[in-house]
Design a protein around this ligand. Structure first.
Ligand SMILES: Nc1nc2c(ncn2[C@@H]2O[C@H](COP(=O)(O)OP(=O)(O)O)[C@@H](O)[C@H]2O)c(=O)[nH]1
Ligand SMILES: [Mg+2]
Length: 405
């Protein structure tokens, strides 16, 4: 099991289509419907243009939205020299891509040529990151408008304002935030942008200010299928975000079970189980990565909050989640009591597990795959929430240490 991430985004309609295809055209109909859908899905992309002046916080925002590892992350800092648009995505979700635009306030930057060459229509939406609204921001907003693309304005580095204002007499955070929002909105209005919402954000505190609302606003600009991809790409900043991922993954499980049933219907002894094991194993790996429980994600989180991986895993019950997921482990998981319930319902005893696919064919294959993946997902979701709580506890015990919590 190579750990390749299979397609995890199918809509409820896709699953209904699959069922209809199998009723109409039997096994062959289902197979070709699955093939068609997979072709379609690999063509679904989410392309987000992130724009703004040098140093406004574009690259930092991209890293936060994608929760990128150090080695995949967009370089940050004030010495930006790039004059090219740089794409960033997660290895596991290459179809969600953020495009880091060069800042226009650089010396000798060929803005006119750049604007002429850039095809703004290629993006699904834009984000303009500001400290204050400038002429180049206006230029970019106009280009996006002309291309008929939605965009959002983000005011970054709110923590800087909090730090500089909080010592003042009579400081009230809500009043301060309202005034920053009003100032930003009125400068946009003066520039002829009309009433535009400005999202306040700090890369040091992703749960605070308007970062969650920004994610919701971005989501609402996308099509149903794009939305699912986008949700899976977001960081686990809250139990809500983990629950949203669970919903998307639950639908994908239905689809995987349907695929499994299609394979199970082929009367070749052993084929079904072998395929089921691959299907189940690769899906568990994919879901684990999406939920931030793979070794790489834990290492990154551990570095961020200053706690060891063991401390992050504290109080988690389902230790298999963190282990190796190979054919043997999937077989072992298959024999666990939670899955045995499903098997008992099908009047199958555990001794039959190795020949399940060939003996019981499509129906059993469907239920076993569905049950296995659903149980695994629930246990991973439970684990992800405990890891999140441990990370949050670590972050609040070490102020200033933990970006993103
Ligand atoms: N404290 C704080 N620093 C930030 C924030 N966003 C960006 N920065 C810092 O500001 C600098 C410029 O950010 P960067 O993302 O490289 O800006 P870009 O040129 O627009 O890509 C970097 O040193 C970042 O660490 C934020 O919300 N809070
Ligand atoms: Mg940058």
């Amino acid at each position: 099991m190579a750990g390749a991430v299979p397609n995890l985004c199918y809509s409820r309609q896709d699953v209904l289509d699959m069922v209809a295809a199998s009723r109409r055209g039997g096994e062959q109909g289902l197979q070709s419907a699955i093939d068609d859908k997979n072709k379609q899905m690999s063509n679904v992309h989410v392309r987000i243009a992130v724009m703004g002046e040098c140093g406004s916080g574009k690259s930092t925002l991209i890293n936060a939205l994608l929760d990128l590892d150090d080695d995949e992350a967009a370089p940050t800092g004030y010495n930006e020299t790039t004059t090219k648009i740089a794409p960033y995505s997660r290895l596991s979700l290459p179809n969600v891509c953020y495009y880091d635009f060069p800042g226009f306030n650089m010396v000798k930057f060929p803005v006119k040529a750049f604007m002429k060459k850039t095809k703004f229509a290629e993006y699904d939406l834009g984000i303009i990151v500001i400290q204050q609204w400038t002429e180049s921001d206006q230029l970019l907003a106009n280009a996006l408008k002309k291309a008929g693309k939605p965009f959002h304005v983000v005011r970054s580095k709110i923590d800087h304002i909090v730090t500089s204002e909080s010592d003042k007499k009579g400081y009230n955070e809500d009043v301060m935030l309202r005034s920053v929002r009003e100032n930003c909105c009125s400068s946009l209005e003066k520039a002829g942008m009309g009433k535009t919402r400005v999202f306040l954000y700090s890369s040091c505190k992703l749960k605070a200010y308007d970062f969650p609302e920004l994610q919701k606003a971005m989501e609402s600009d996308l099509s149903e299928t794009q939305k699912q991809l986008f949700l899976l790409s977001l960081p686990n900043t809250s139990e809500d975000s983990i629950n949203e991922k669970r919903e998307v993954l639950r639908v994908s499980i239905e689809f995987m079970a349907a695929i499994s049933a299609a394979i199970g219907a082929v009367p070749i002894p052993g084929l079904s189980l072998a395929c089921d094991l691959v299907l189940i194993g690769s899906n568990i790996l994919a879901m684990r990565k999406i939920l931030g429980l793979d070794d790489g994600s834990l290492r990154k989180l551990s570095k961020r909050v200053g706690k060891s991986k063991d401390e992050l895993r504290r109080d988690t019950e389902h230790t298999w989640v963190f282990g190796e997921i190979k054919r043997e482990q999937v077989l072992l998981l298959l024999q666990r009591s939670t899955v045995a319930v499903a098997l008992t319902v099908a009047e199958v005893v555990l001794d039959f597990v190795p020949i399940l696919g060939s003996v019981f064919g499509a129906t059993t294959s469907y239920w076993v795959t569905r049950r296995m993946l659903t149980n695994s997902l629930e246990e991973m979701v439970e684990t992800a929430k405990i890891v999140l709580r441990n990370a949050e506890a670590a972050a609040s015990a070490t102020p200033g240490r933990a970006a993103g919590y």
